[in-house]
Write a protein that binds this ligand. Structure first.
Ligand SMILES: O=P(O)(O)OC[C@H]1O[C@@H](O)[C@@H](O)[C@@H](O)[C@@H]1O
Length: 366
């Protein structure tokens, strides 16, 4: 056990920027959020936050995806810090149950539509991929932009009556319009929130900037062999090594009406606590999934709010604002673009803002 690393479980840990390669283009709104210039779209359209997961890309660097954090004695991967004492960093329940953070957080910005895809549910992940985690995910829309005059949309869930046979024929023919037509097309706006359970087909449209909280894997099965921008996808990234027939079995063929789709997957944020200095909203919680949670803390100018430990770690992502954090009797600063890990060993954290601030609070499995 590395004792040096354990001391960092008692202080807030900020991560360095951690952009990840994907098959689609985007990322300018991540630059804007991080106040980086120039704001450019490219092939690194996701920022992975407090990740202990490596990205699956062909010919990509071995450690792509792993988050590096700042400590008083240098830069380390979150993965190695956590490994030094799981109970201290993660909390006992999580350390015993998973031995990992159990969650992956991302900022995602699409300039083009992503390919139509599906992620494994837990059963499929276990049997087909020998993984304790599937990739149930959630999207909290933060911003949008119109690209080539197109509104920001997402596609999700099969329409009523779509069968595996029909889906396989469309896939074999690479009939992309036909496949898109099988899914519900939903216009999105900032503040919208959706659960994307394993097995549910989906595609994020162009012009969506969102926070994604999800199970900690990078298993994406997809049915488009060439991306909208013309990039050819390798077989490995189409079916993750399980073959095309098994890939087709990853989808849940339980189509429904548009209204039913919204009922199944659209989430309404709710205020759970407020004062003249703060508002705390729950976005994703145990009523939607036990895989992760997301809340949102809005602070007014000179606002403040204290959070007590619930026995697990949490991650604060500063969407906008600035101020100070008081933790363990010491003061730290926070500003827009910061991504901060608070270990389970930290009892209480107080956020005080100098300007209006929005802090996204991400939680591991409950
Ligand atoms: O299609 P690629 O480039 O692999 O991007 C895949 C992306 O798809 C989205 O729907 C989410 O599942 C992201 O977590 C994932 O990274």
């Amino acid at each position: 056990m590395n004792t040096d690393f354990q001391q960092y479980a008692y202080i807030p840990l900020k991560q360095f920027s951690n952009r990840v390669w994907r098959t689609y283009e985007g990322g300018a709104l991540i630059d804007k959020w991080k106040k980086d210039s120039p704001e450019v779209d490219g092939s690194m359209p996701e920022e992975w936050i407090m990740s202990t997961v490596t990205a699956r890309g062909k010919g990509r660097p071995e450690n792509e995806g792993l988050s590096m954090v700042q400590t008083p004695s240098g830069t380390y991967s979150l993965k190695e810090l956590v490994a030094s004492n799981k109970e201290l960093y993660l909390g006992k329940a999580l350390a015993d149950k998973f031995g990992t953070t159990g969650v992956l957080i991302k900022m995602l910005d699409s300039k083009e539509r992503l390919t139509i895809q599906v992620h494994p549910d837990k059963d499929y992940a276990k049997t087909m991929l020998d993984s304790a985690f599937g990739k149930t995910e959630s999207w909290y829309v933060l911003n949008k932009r119109e690209i080539n005059g197109e509104k920001s949309v997402i596609y999700m869930g099969f329409k009523e009556g779509v069968t595996r046979e029909q889906w396989e024929i469309l896939f074999k023919n690479q009939d992309i319009e036909g496949m898109l037509d099988c899914l519900h097309k939903i216009e999105v706006n900032p503040g919208d929130a959706y659960m994307i359970y394993g097995g549910v087909p989906h595609a994020i449209g162009s012009g969506c900037f969102l926070m994604e909280v999800q199970e900690p894997t990078d298993y994406t099965m997809r049915v488009e062999k060439v991306t909208p921008a013309g990039l050819t996808i390798s077989d490995e990234l189409i079916h993750q090594g399980v073959g095309e027939q098994n890939m087709l079995d990853c989808f849940h063929y339980d189509g429904c009406s548009y209204e039913e789709a919204l009922k199944r997957w659209k989430v309404s944020p709710k205020t759970i606590d407020s004062s003249d200095k703060h508002t705390l909203n729950t976005i994703f919680n145990e009523s939607h999934t036990d895989c992760f949670g997301l809340s949102e803390l809005d602070l007014t100018v000179n606002g403040e709010h204290s959070l007590k430990s619930n026995g697990s770690f949490f991650v604060a992502v500063i969407y906008y604002g600035e101020g100070t954090i008081i933790s363990g009797g010491k003061e730290y600063s926070f500003a827009q673009g910061d991504e901060i890990f608070f270990s389970a060993a930290i009892d209480e954290v107080k956020f005080s803002s100098t300007i209006a601030s929005k802090i996204l609070l991400c939680y591991p499995p409950s």
